[in-house]
Design a binder for this molecule. Structure first.
Ligand code: TRP
Length: 341
């Protein structure tokens, strides 16, 4: 039987380059997630052997209610299927179904100096946001490295905010390979065209924790409300004041939802259009853009079995890869029974 993953040919040497990315089930998918990474998840299915993980172990660092985490994980599967992940072509997995990720993270922990994780920018940011300073929070990027490397993935579609984590993953691979031999490839990030997507406050990266998101599957009226409340150019006070589209986040978002972006910019710069016009247009375009995906999501959500079936299929596809790597690593570092020669 021909599988879409190349796992069965040679788990440790895939025919196509292998791609892994992880997404935290910590809230509804928003424009930043979609434009920053999910677009590439979908596109890369065509050419590569793709594995996408809903990283619920990671989410434990911030989601502390079991029922809520389970709900968020379920919703994220639906989001990813609706934006176009095709379980025939990719493997969609739930990280906690594959505890070998956590085992490899532990082994990496014995290779990674504490100073490397302490200086991670996201760790410092999360501390500043008041996230509890748990061992898990500190260790977060080590688990992320394990997620990627357990599949020997070489390309990782992520948002630009993940650049430092990917750099750390590469360092971890080098440190492990130095100690035990060259078994892991260094993974490379793959970014989308978009600069970091700013939130509705126009000031910081769009993120759940900043409370400035536009969820892509929100009800149309909710999308209208969120867009109409976006902070634009604070210096543009009167309708007749010329705008500065380069700093207006509404203008910037128009780039991704229509081909007349330059005209829109021009309208703002010359005060031919006002912020309200530009926002109304953006809201309608976002709603239109996601309309088919929203319909698909509703269709999927009506089938109570689809989520667990998708995850079971994903799990079955990746098992051989992950078992091969785990056996190889255990043998190399000297844990578990000796393998037959
Ligand atoms: N840290 C990533 C984020 O917040 C999620 C993640 C976990 C991930 N493991 C990964 C991303 C492995 C890429 C590869 O977006």
């Amino acid at each position: 039987m021909r599988q879409t993953l190349d796992a069965h040919d040679a788990p440790s040497r895939p025919l196509r380059e292998r791609v892994f990315s992880g997404i935290q089930p910590s809230g509804a998918s928003h424009l930043g997630n979609y434009l920053g990474a999910q677009v590439n998840y979908v596109a890369m299915q065509e050419e590569f052997e793709t594995i996408y993980g809903i990283v619920d172990y990671h989410a434990l660092t911030t989601v502390h209610d079991g029922a809520e985490l389970r709900r968020l994980t379920h919703e994220m599967v639906l989001d990813l299927l609706a934006v176009g992940l095709d379980p025939q072509r990719c493997a969609l997995i739930r990280q906690s179904d594959l505890p070998e990720h956590a085992e490899l993270a532990w082994i990496f922990n014995t290779v990674v100096p504490v100073s490397w994780v302490e200086r991670t920018p996201t760790y410092k940011e999360k501390r500043q946001q008041g996230v509890e300073n748990s061992m898990g929070l500190l260790d977060y990027p080590v688990l992320q490295a394990a997620d990627i490397v357990i599949y020997k993935a070489t390309r990782v579609p992520v948002g630009k905010d993940q650049a430092a984590h990917l750099e750390l993953s590469r360092e971890i691979v080098r440190a492990f390979n130095r100690r035990y031999g060259p078994i892991f490839p260094e993974p490379e990030p793959v970014f989308t065209e978009v600069p970091v997507v700013l939130g509705t406050d126009g000031a910081t990266k769009m993120s759940k924790s900043a409370g400035n998101t536009i969820p892509i599957f929100a009800e149309p009226d909710e999308i209208r409300r969120l867009v109409m409340n976006m902070v634009t150019d604070r210096q543009r006070i009167r309708r007749s004041d010329p705008g500065r589209p380069e700093i207006c986040n509404v203008c910037q978002l128009h780039r991704f939802f229509g081909s007349d972006y330059l005209q829109i910019q021009d309208g703002e710069r010359t005060a031919r259009t006002g912020c309200v016009d530009t926002k109304q247009l953006l809201a309608e375009r976002i709603i239109e853009f996601f309309r088919p995906m929203r319909a698909e999501r509703a269709r999927l959500a009506a089938d109570p079995a689809v989520v667990e079936e998708t995850l079971a299929a994903g799990r079955a596809k990746v098992r051989p890869i992950l078992e091969a790597t785990t056996a190889e690593v255990r043998q190399l570092v000297g844990i578990g029974p000796r393998r037959a020669p």
